[in-house]
Design a binder for this molecule. Sequence first.
Ligand code: HEC
Length: 232
Amino acid sequence: MPSFALQSLDDLESLVDYVIYLSVRGEVERRMLTAAIDELDYGAEPPEDGLRLNHAVETEGSQVVDEILSDVAKSWSEAPERVVSVPTWTPLAGQALKESVQRGKDSFHGPIANCVGCHGPAGNGNAVTLDFDDWTKEFSTRIGLTPSDRQAMRPFRKAGALTPRVVKPRNLQEGVFRGGGDPQTLYRRISQGIAGTPMPAVEVVAQADGKGLTEDQMWDLVRYIQSLANGL
Ligand code: HEC
């Protein structure tokens, strides 16, 4: 993915809008798949006309599409007001930094965060995992299929189901972050998880309770991730 820094601001903003549109569309489609199975009882036979998830004519199916669409569009339009706030970041250096990174490393390998289970002992994504994105998992688990079972998936694939997509835990040594590598963004990503992927959210707690991490422990973890990315 190259840099598009030379594009005009207007063009960049249009691109952002289009990417958001694609995300809205993807989310709507995923929710439609769920509604088809859970609410409208789609089965092996094609659904009745009135239950088709078709927006063009007004039916029970089109109402479901309307509800999903307005829900998803609303959550995107309200997103700027729901940005998760992050506590103050204190840059550290020397011995203090070293100790923080070490504590972060301990958390990374510890039972609460258990980052190591997916990202591997060296954070390079080398743990053996076979997991799929939510697009694949949501539809396959609802009908009791294992996405890696090609034989069982074949009839659904033939009927138009998506190709199962394996999600690989990130190699944190590469230092490439979708959400940005600044401390605040990393904090947010770790505390919120990554929607649509197996990357879970860590609960941030006021006091160490064996279930979540405190704000200080979160910052230690962020510093450890940064140290991996910087090859320290
Ligand atoms: C169940 C598996 C799993 C666990 C546990 C897990 N991760 Fe992840 N992590 C992933 C996957 C999968 C991705 C890649 C998601 C994607 O492709 O967008 C990821 C991505 C990331 C990223 C990249 C974020 C970005 O903006 O690109 C960071 C940083 C990260 N994980 C840190 C952590 C930390 C720290 C922990 C422990 C608190 C942790 N992960 C625990 C699976 C996991």
